[in-house]
Design a protein around this ligand. Sequence first.
Ligand SMILES: Cc1cc2nc3c(=O)[nH]c(=O)nc-3n(C[C@H](O)[C@H](O)[C@H](O)COP(=O)(O)O)c2cc1C
Length: 314
Amino acid sequence: MLKIGSLILESNVILGPMAGVTDLPFRLVCKDFGCGMVCSEMISSRALHYEDRKTYKLLETDEKESPLSVQIFGSEPELMAQAAEKIESMNIASVIDINMGCPAPKIVNNNDGSALMKDIKLSEKIITAVRNATKLPVTVKFRKGWEVSSENYLDFGIMCEASGADAVTLHGRTRTQYYSGKADWEAIKKLKDKLSIPVIGNGDIFKFEDIQTMIDKTGVDGVMIARGSLGNPFIFSGITPDRKTLITTALKHLELMVNVKGEHIGMLEARKHMAWYVKGMHGAARIKDLINSISEYDKMKNLMTSLLEEKYEY
Ligand SMILES: Cc1cc2nc3c(=O)[nH]c(=O)nc-3n(C[C@H](O)[C@H](O)[C@H](O)COP(=O)(O)O)c2cc1C
């Protein structure tokens, strides 16, 4: 159980936001395996301001996935507040999450994402503006700091709490580390010890047992899993899938992709997911080549179904 503002989550294990990955189909699959809350892909506050059609597509939801946290990014307090207001008025989100951790150059070069950790005053204005714009619980996701020499996650977390955030998520790496090295769970513990609002720990949970290990080592109120869920939504349930469960889940995911996105886009975007499901399987390299050559639903479905029977020698 995890309480974020007025929202109560039945499970404190959350699917982390991943651009290009945590779309509606994948979120529904993770939800099926007991994930406590799912997060959208990051949504540009500027794009929402300009009523960008593609951005609205990213906000497609289904009540079956509730509770949904919608993550927004940007660095203009007014536009961030406006985005939160719009999302609340659409009645799709249970939480508004503010992205202050993304390390990608195209994001930080606009002063968004983890670049905001270098400007704590501006970050404070953004969080306060979002807080004042919505009644929904507001959360902030950030890293340890911009670089090792300027780690400021403790001051940053204190600022988030003082600005009215209902919970924070810390990914235990700096921006310059990207995804290299190991996530620093000691830093997560230090932040947990400092704050009164719930702290969600994030970084390097790759198997079900790691969830409890992180909770034991850091005392966090909840954990967030991102990469560990790729082709592995089972991580939220603790089951080790047999081949039938694995392939049946992939097929269900595939069907959701075609239903939500249509055949063309659905199959192009399904390729990476299908490849993640078959990772580690006998002949995976050859199967991946086949997956990447397919653009039709029927063909992809046939290929994945054939793997049920282990009859194919790839
Ligand atoms: C493909 C990919 C896309 C991501 N997109 C986002 C994003 O849109 N917003 C965000 O806050 N973090 C994003 N992240 C970071 C993850 O949410 C998470 O913080 C990070 O991967 C560390 O957690 P993990 O070790 O469980 O993967 C992304 C990560 C990956 C691998």
